[in-house]
Structure formats: structure tokens, C-alpha cells
Design a binder for this molecule. Structure first.
Ligand code: NDP
Length: 331
């Protein structure tokens, strides 16, 4: 079975040299185990943090071992009553062709409900991140002005549309013209900023949010957070989801210089980890399925073909190569 291993820890922006493809034998499955052939895997910005050897909410990847992460595959052998050959399952052993499991944490999927790979996107961890951030952290109210950074990405594109479906005004920021067009034309976002072509992000945001921002869904940090702080309404909420602009930083970040505005504006700025909210999965799936049925949600996938190209797909996250969810199609 082919697998992609981490062979060195990146400093700054990771490169292809940090990864290596290797072929390993898989021993026959034992009693109670299943063998799964992966069809899809997810690449996610949080994986950058796990390439560092430091304490965090998830353990670091081990050098010389296959990476892991969200994946969808088909059961090809089963010694476990819960799973039959041919079942589609969601697991956490991406970055490889085959994996064995005793079924712990493996979820059976209904392929009739939605395309299988959407369990790694809109109906999966990234969709749920958007939903938890808006519903549980921001306690979103109708008629709010919501600003979203990395707005056309996997999480951001869901945030924009869930907020629109809850009758909010949405301002989205992204770094490419095709993403800006998608946000406006497909996601129904009210106002857009291309932060690569804007001279002054703070000023531009001020023009678009003339009544201020009630909720900032932060996927990026740095200058985006600084700009949002400037225009937050009093008692607004900043949902601290991610800070991708800092993930490859080798020097301490300069921005935001105005973090003190959290105090003067009495803002609630709360971090969250989506996996703390698993008891909300049912509510999320039922809410999201309804939004999808009512045509209130659409999504894009940027698909990279072949397990050997998984490192390139991951690196592309930091170059903005993906519109919507970045996925690797393994077979
Ligand atoms: P995306 O699909 O949004 O992919 C990353 C995107 O970020 C890129 O396409 C790029 O889009 C943008 N980006 C990359 N570098 C920069 C930069 N320096 N400045 C501004 N934008 C940048 O990824 P996800 O939707 O999976 O993740 C989005 C965020 O949510 C991440 O910060 C991630 O860590 C976080 N997250 C947090 C979770 C939680 O539980 N708290 C769970 C899941 C994700 P563009 O072209 O617009 O620049």
C-alpha cells in the first residue's frame, strides 16, 4: 500500500522535500477488524501545525510515519459485524491507499444522501466548523453584518452561505478574481474584497461595512484581524477559527497592532475547536441537509488526482490554489 510520510519538519513554508512516498505491506486483518481502500482524502491548513513538534490540541505527526487526516473509502474486507464489504466509511487515516481498523471512530456513510467526498467538506468537519462558529460561538442573529476572511475556502464558503440563509449581510474577502466572482455570483455574498489588489484593507472594509461589523469569522488573522477590529461594532463577536496567515511565519507577527480594541469595544473574541462540539453533529447535519435541499448552499471542490500529489495539494492551501474544499482523489 502506498503512503505519504513526513520525513522532515518544515521551517516556514513546507516544501515537497518534507514529504516522501513509500510502499508498505499490510498484514492480514485480525478478528473484529476491517480493511478500507481510500477513495478521497482531505488536506487541511491545521495539518501545518501538526508538522511542528509542539504541544497542541492534536498530537504532532511523527517523522518517518504516514501522515493522517480525514478520508473516505470503501470497506474491502471485514471481520467486524458493524461493517460489510462495499460499505462507504469516513475515517481519519488519509494520506495512504489502504488502512485497517477495529472500527473505533469509523463512521458509516450514506452514499445516497450526498456525494461521498462532501463528508470531507460541506457535510463534514469543515462544514461543521462553519456551523459551530456561527451558531454556537457567535450565536448569530438575523440582520447582522458578518465579515468572513478566506471566504471562498472550505470553511469560509459555508460561513458565507449559512449567514446569508440566516438573513445576514455578508462581506467576504479572498485573494483571486475567480474567487471574488464565485462569492458574488454563486454564494450570494453582498460585498467582496480582493485583499491582494486592495491598497488598504482596513479602509476598503470600512467602505463596505459602513454600519460596522457585528460578527467577524476569522480564518486568516494578521492584517485581516487588524482591519476587522477597526470596524467592529461595540459588543460584536470575533469568531477565532484560524489564522492561516501566521502558520508558516518564522518571525513573530506584526499585525494586529490594535488588539486593544477588543477591550474598548467590549468585544467577545472566542477561539474554538470543532471537535469539542461533536454532540452538535446531529443538529448540524439536519440543519445543513435542509439548507442543501432548499438550494441555499452550493459548494466547490478543487480536486487533485493521485495520492502522490497530496503534498502539492496541501502546499497549494498556502498559495490560495483552492476554490472551495481541497480534496485528493486517491482512486
Ligand atoms: P481553505 O479552504 O480556506 O484554504 C486555505 C485558504 O486560505 C487559501 O485557499 C487562501 O485563499 C487562504 N490563505 C492562505 N494563506 C493566506 C494568507 N497568508 N492570507 C490570507 N489568506 C490566506 O481552508 P479551510 O477552510 O480548511 O480552513 C480555513 C481556516 O479555518 C484555517 O485557518 C484553518 O486552520 C481553520 N480551521 C479551524 C478549525 C477549528 O476547529 N477551529 C477547523 C477547520 C479549519 P485566498 O486565495 O483567499 O487567499
Amino acid at each position: 500500500s502506498q503512503q505519504i510520510e513526513l520525513v522532515s519538519r518544515p521551517e516556514g513554508l513546507p516544501t515537497q522535500d518534507n514529504f516522501q512516498s513509500n510502499t508498505v505491506e499490510i498484514a492480514p486483518i485480525a478478528d473484529g477488524e476491517i480493511l478500507v481502500r481510500n477513495q478521497w482524502m482531505s488536506v487541511d491548513p491545521y495539518m501545518r501545525g501538526r508538522m511542528q513538534d509542539s504541544d497542541s490540541y492534536v498530537p504532532p505527526f511523527q517523522l518517518g510515519k504516514a501522515l493522517d487526516g480525514g478520508c473516505v473509502g470503501e470497506v474491502v474486507e471485514s471481520n467486524n459485524d458493524r461493517f460489510a464489504v462495499g460499505d462507504s466509511v469516513l475515517g481519519n487515516l488519509g494520506w495512504r491507499e489502504y488502512w485497517k481498523s477495529d472500527g473505533t471512530g469509523v463512521q458509516k456513510l450514506n452514499p445516497e444522501l450526498a456525494p461521498l467526498q462532501s463528508y470531507l467538506g460541506a457535510l463534514g468537519m469543515t462544514g461543521m466548523t462553519a456551523w459551530v462558529g456561527l451558531k454556537r460561538i457567535a450565536e448569530l442573529k438575523p440582520n447582522s453584518t458578518v465579515f468572513v476572511s478566506a471566504a471562498s475556502g472550505a470553511v469560509g464558503s459555508m460561513v458565507c452561505q449559512i449567514a446569508k440563509a440566516n438573513d445576514c449581510r455578508v462581506i467576504g474577502s479572498a485573494g483571486k478574481q475567480e474567487k471574488i466572482d464565485w462569492l458574488r455570483d454563486k454564494a450570494g455574498v453582498d460585498a467582496v474584497i480582493n485583499y491582494h489588489t486592495t491598497d488598504n484593507l482596513t479602509e476598503e472594509l470600512g467602505k463596505l461595512a459602513s454600519d460596522g461589523i457585528d460578527v467577524y469569522f476569522d480564518n486568516v488573522g494578521s492584517e485581516h484581524l487588524e482591519a476587522a477590529l477597526e470596524h467592529m461594532n461595540d459588543f460584536g463577536c470575533i469568531v477565532c477559527c484560524g489564522m492561516i496567515a501566521t502558520y508558516n511565519a518564522t518571525d513573530p507577527a506584526a499585525a494586529p497592532h490594535n488588539l486593544f480594541k477588543v477591550i474598548t469595544k467590549r468585544l467577545r473574541m472566542q477561539g474554538f475547536i470543532v471537535s469539542d462540539h461533536l454532540e452538535d453533529r446531529k443538529a448540524f447535519v439536519s440543519d445543513m441537509s435542509k439548507l442543501i435541499r432548499d438550494n441555499k448552499i452550493t459548494w466547490e471542490e478543487t480536486i487533485t488526482e493521485g495520492l502522490e500529489n497530496a503534498p502539492a495539494a496541501f502546499l497549494g492551501l498556502f498559495d490560495g490554489d483552492n476554490l472551495g474544499k481541497s480534496l485528493v482523489k486517491i482512486s
